[in-house]
Design a protein around this ligand. Structure first.
Ligand code: COD
Length: 302
């Protein structure tokens, strides 16, 4: 059981250093996180973007980047394309977003000719360290799949389960969230949740224990589940929260970060390489922790 994001460091301790390509590297927080990860021996960075802008950021913060490979490309979309191609041609094992919009990067990743498609659904996975919860808790999908259908939810669960296995959680407990814990035909999230639970019981989705629908309170609190008379192996001990859609997920993500002051690491799964795709509002620490998470994911993809 992992309690702190920092414990990922132990998981990746004996791994060879990974090459990370930072797309549109003229972004202070991303650059700073990457340089810290390089100093800690986690990654070897390749910076793609406007060389002068990157060097200006580095010199204004006193970073020494003289030893790093920089690929000069002032146009953001072209810089992203170069970075994605480096990952698809195996010159880099991790792709990271710098100063570029999320959908620009994702569209490039999904490019049919030179993108990072594997035939799997790509999905976003966020791992939270929340002071008021007894272990790390993952949340998916808060940033990529907008309104997943049942098949897409299965793919999102499978991506996340692979990742949790890589983090040493042998049988993750998955709570499929709804607004209520009873099946209500007018709430489609509860119908999908019931189907996913049954599919798990029948071994159509393996390697985890799924229960749902669960409301947020009974997913994360034993007392709350007991109070409602819910008998569940998952309730109060959830490892992974499956969101009904991106809006609910994104609001939960930001509530945890801004109100609960949670720490978070996140990664896009299902592509040829893990992708660090933190948002502008994420801290430098979140970017650093996400690099550690991506390293753990990339380690066992080989
Ligand atoms: N995995 C694999 N393939 C995908 C995925 C996925 N998750 N999503 C789309 N595709 C493929 C489709 O099969 C299709 O072949 C092609 O990509 C285009 O699909 P569209 O037309 O549905 O998708 P796009 O290009 O309009 O948009 C894809 C995005 C990922 C950009 C889109 O889903 C999106 O904008 N998601 C939200 C991103 C975002 O704004 N997040 C911010 C929250 S912080």
């Amino acid at each position: 059981m992992l309690k702190k994001l920092d414990e990922i460091r132990t998981i990746i301790a004996n791994e060879p250093v990974k090459k990370l390509v930072l797309a549109a590297a003229n972004d202070h927080d991303s650059l700073s996180a990457v340089l810290r990860a390089a100093k800690d021996g986690i990654v070897i960075p390749i910076l793609v973007g406007d060389k002068e802008a990157i060097q200006n950021i580095a010199s204004s913060y006193g970073y020494d980047i003289s030893d790093l490979r920089i690929v000069h490309e002032p146009d953001t979309e072209k810089a992203v394309e170069i970075a994605v191609k480096m990952a698809s041609s195996k010159q880099a094992e991790i792709l990271m977003k710098g100063k570029v919009g999320t959908s620009t990067l994702l569209k490039s990743v999904l490019n049919r000719e030179w993108g990072l498609r594997t035939g799997k659904l790509l999905s976003h996975f966020a791992l939270f360290e929340v002071e008021t919860y007894h272990k790390l808790i993952a949340v998916t999908d808060v940033a990529m799949n907008i309104a997943p259908n049942l098949q897409e939810k299965i793919a999102i669960i499978n991506n996340s389960i692979d990742c949790l296995h890589k983090l040493g959680i042998a049988l993750p407990k998955v709570a499929v969230l709804g607004a209520v814990e009873m099946v209500n035909e007018n709430m489609s999230a509860t119908l999908d949740a019931a189907l996913l639970s049954k599919m798990n019981q029948r071994d159509q989705i393996k390697g985890c224990i799924i229960d749902g629908p669960l409301a947020f309170d009974n997913a994360v609190s034993v007392e709350s589940a007991r109070h409602k008379g819910i008998k569940s192996e998952v309730a109060g001990d959830t490892d992974l929260l499956l969101m009904p859609d991106i809006e609910v997920g994104n609001v939960l993500y930001k509530s945890l970060v801004f109100f609960a002051k949670a720490k978070v690491a996140s990664v896009i799964l299902g592509a040829a390489v893990p992708i660090v795709l933190t948002s502008r509002s994420d801290s430098e620490q979140a970017k650093y922790d996400s690099i550690m998470l991506a390293t753990a994911v990339s380690r066992k993809q080989q």
